[in-house]
Design a protein around this ligand. Sequence first.
Ligand code: 5IU
Length: 268
Amino acid sequence: SRSGLSYEQRAVQHPNPLVKKLFAIAEKKKTNIVLSADLTTTNELLDIADRLGPHIAVLKTHIDIVSDFGPSTIEGLTELAQRHDFLLFEDRKFIDIGNTVQKQYKGGALRIHDWAHIVNASILAGEGIIQALDQTIRDGGVSERGILILAEMTSKGSLAVGEYTQASVEIAQKFPQSVLGFVSTKELSSHSRVASPDEDFVVFTTGVNLSSKGDALGQQYQTPTTAIEGGSDFLIAGRGIYAAAEPVTAVKEYQQAGWDAYQRRITS
Ligand code: 5IU
């Protein structure tokens, strides 16, 4: 496990340029917050990205819920990502066979590979899905693209547990050039039978909220502190931030809680 090291130390040792950049952003802006910007119009999405951009390391989108999606959505996001220095993560949860997923990633109406630094995928269909995304990334001619494997989910009754989660780690280890890490509730790589000492997968944790335990549709929350204590590296929060009465105040609270917990972890 590398979770006792600082982002800066991990950036120096990490072979992947996108992970280096992610860690550098976290250090520079002192934030490990990923905003889950689940807004449904371009204006709302760009407005929240602009206001909260200085406080986040990554902006996570569900681009298919934007009702007026178009070129200006992507141009706006890309411009704000540069201005405020954050990465774009499309929470697409690819799940089909490799051949289909390549088309969904590269083409279609959403052209996700053109603009999203990070995407995620489920391994339900087997490792071919990761092979397909990895191939697109390596052939794509665009640097700084990476995959997170959905190793666990936060919703009640999730079947992504046990052997499934273990298989996520083993598949990740086969594609070290493009798999950056996992979406999971806690650190996983130390559970692996074949973990190498210098392996450094990045853990993104969804289901983070400072004041709620869950919602009416099965979401289950933990706090920034418990997530970071469990070995999470980046905290994904949505409604806790964007649906707060004062989103800027809220994002600063999450930023502070996440950063304090991280500081305690690397100094203990
Ligand atoms: N999300 C989860 N749980 C998961 C995965 C993704 O909640 O296991 I994988 C997504 C869904 C939503 C965001 O876009 O993360 C969480 O939003 P809230 O913080 O508003 O619950």
